[in-house]
Write a new protein. Structure first.
Length: 318
């Protein structure tokens, strides 16, 4: 009997676990002697909720003496928040065991934080790849959907999980069973590597993506959220870089801080509404993300050296 373990963390993608488990179930059906079992691990051996709210529980303790033959980490798009120090012992013991170790989607962060991916080539989801590359410059992030590097196996998530399981079955059982499984899953080829993620711009190296257009991405997000402004952590969470790097990028382009630029955009929207519409000052304030006319008036006076009420009266008089 062989065992595949999955370490799942809070808000993990239920689709990824379901795809992996289904591939294993099919493999067991195709070969009577496969006998591949599944283990589930959770941080602190506690219950966790999946991305869809479904509650999942561990089948094995993080501190069990026995280990599976393969172990994969499944987390959400916010792995830094999901990471828990309680998983360190399991990951490091498994790494020393020489089993097949891997991660799905953004789960690679759990391995990287423990130094288990240094100087390795890995696949992570394209949305997370630029930030991951910046956090861990010693790791080579590729554009492939699935990447095998020695006994490390990583994938970007989505349908690539099936390809990852085909590779896992080949490692744990036989190439014959893996080829059969690939046919059942309607994959045109067994080899998982070589398929690039569709979200990547192949013309731009991953480590350059964080420098290109990230300021424009930030401005675009600001423009999309003028009436209900994002707080700085919310803005950063939607970008592929850290808060410190975002501040540095703005400074490098001769701009004020992100939140000061955000305020400037909202003030110019308020100015446009006051000059080109019949909206009362209170409504113009709310439409541009200010809690009250007084709040707008204070910021408007500091920026334009004029009160919004005076602009409104001039507009109505013209």
């Amino acid at each position: 009997m062989r065992e595949v373990g999955f370490l799942i963390a809070q808000d993990f993608a239920i689709m990824h676990l379901a795809l992996a488990q289904e591939a294993i179930r099919i493999a067991n059906r195709l070969e009577d002697d496969a006998h591949i079992q599944v283990r589930i691990y959770c941080p602190n051996d506690s219950l966790v909720s999946a991305s869809n709210g479904q509650v999942c529980w561990p089948t094995h303790s993080l501190w069990d003496d026995s280990l599976p033959d393969a172990l994969f980490v499944i987390v959400s798009l916010h792995p830094q928040q999901a990471y828990d120090e309680s998983v360190k012992d399991l990951l490091n013991r498994f790494y020393r065991s020489k089993g097949l170790l891997g991660a799905i989607d953004c789960g690679a962060l759990f391995l990287a934080k423990n130094g288990l991916l240094d100087q390795q080539r890995v696949a992570v989801h394209w949305e997370y790849a630029p930030l991951f590359a910046e956090l861990f410059p010693q790791i080579d992030v590729c554009t492939d959907a699935v990447m095998r590097s020695g006994r490390l196996l990583t994938c970007s998530g989505g349908l690539a999980v099936g390809q990852m399981m085909v590779e896992t079955i080949a490692h744990l059982h036989s190439r014959h069973l893996a080829e059969h499984l690939a046919q059942v899953l309607n994959y045109s080829r067994m080899e998982p590597q070589g398929f690039a993620q569709t979200g990547f711009d192949s013309r731009v190296p991953i480590r350059v993506m964080t420098k290109l257009d990230v300021v424009e991405q930030a401005f675009q997000l600001m423009r999309q959220h003028l009436s209900v402004p994002l707080k700085l952590p919310q803005l950063v969470a939607r970008l592929p870089i850290s808060q410190r790097t975002l501040m540095r990028r703005f400074q490098q382009q001769g701009l004020a801080s992100p939140m000061q630029e955000y305020l400037r955009l909202r003030l110019h929207l308020a100015k446009q509404l006051l000059e080109e519409s019949q909206l009362p000052v209170q409504q113009a304030a709310h439409a541009s993300g200010f809690s009250s006319a007084a709040h707008l008036s204070k910021a408007y006076l500091q920026h334009f050296n004029q009160r919004p009420g005076a602009v409104r009266r001039a507009t109505l008089a013209s």
